[in-house]
Design a protein around this ligand. Structure first.
Ligand SMILES: [Zn+2]
Length: 147
């Protein structure tokens, strides 16, 4: 089985930092990273503030500054990520097709920034350790799109 573990170049569209405007819960976001971070709060003005960040990196930084909504870590973050990814690929059919075209390739968000939750980290300490929740969700979405 092919393994796609670097969301760069032709696979950059799989990254949450990829610019692919989407609407989630009534607000437009430039990237899925923006929308996911906005999901950390239920305050509309904070969501708008995160949506207006110039870059996904800045959106992520703003996401760290808001008070997390109830049960974010337990379950809500997975629900939000799934909704956001679905909205992203729904808004960009060409990207949905490209995701489908990855077939049964294993999708792994390889990182060097120690994200062992959403991806795997390839630094010398973690050496490929990680839960790869983002990769799993992309593969789940791919299955949904195929049916
Ligand atoms: Zn690491």
């Amino acid at each position: 089985v092919e393994r796609i573990d670097l969301f760069r170049g032709q696979w950059e569209f799989l990254s949450n930092f990829y610019r692919a405007p989407l609407i989630w819960e009534g607000i437009e976001y430039p990237t899925s990273e923006h929308a996911f971070n906005a999901g950390k709060t239920t305050e509309p003005f904070l969501r708008e503030w995160i949506a207006s960040a110039d870059t996904p990196r800045e959106a992520k930084r703003r996401g760290h500054l808001v008070r997390l909504r109830d049960k974010w870590d337990e379950q809500v973050r997975y629900l939000v990520m799934h909704q956001v990814l679905r909205a992203k690929f729904k808004a960009h059919p060409g990207r949905a097709k490209a995701l489908l075209d990855t077939g049964d390739a294993l999708l792994v968000e390889g990182t060097v920034w120690h994200d062992t939750h959403w991806g795997i980290c390839t630094c010398s300490k973690h050496q490929g350790e990680g839960l790869n929740h983002l990769g799993d969700m992309l593969m789940t979405l791919r299955k949904e799109l195929a049916s």
